[in-house]
Design a protein around this ligand. Sequence first.
Ligand code: AMP
Length: 126
Amino acid sequence: MPYKYDDQNIFAKILRGEIPNDTVVETEHTLAFNDIGPKAPVHVLVVPKGSYVNHDHFHSRATDAEILDFVRVTARIIADKGLAPGAGGSGYRVIGNAGPHGLQEVPHYHLHILGGRPLGAMVPDA
Ligand code: AMP
């Protein structure tokens, strides 16, 4: 079944400028801002500006320009925050939640960049 995009979700409102955000990076296709409830010293959300629900929706429907911009912005934030292990950083985690098993809360595609402390197990044991 094709995805239906709910344009009343909170990130859609942020992208329309109806709700403020703490912007980290903004480009033509991508907005990144600090998570309102940070789970680590660095907790940035990277959000494509287009109307995509989740990772598979974005990567199957977005233009190459949107995808390239999104990936590059993600890497730029990791570098700018000093998290990249290849440049002396202590590492990070990138998470994209989707659907009920992924416990996605906001139905507009986003990646979480988390870092600045040891992040523990990737997934809790069942
Ligand atoms: P997810 O479960 O992957 O959909 O995560 C949604 C994330 O959005 C959570 O980490 C929330 O803390 C975050 N969030 C919700 N509302 C806002 C907001 N207005 N500004 C910034 N982050 C938000």
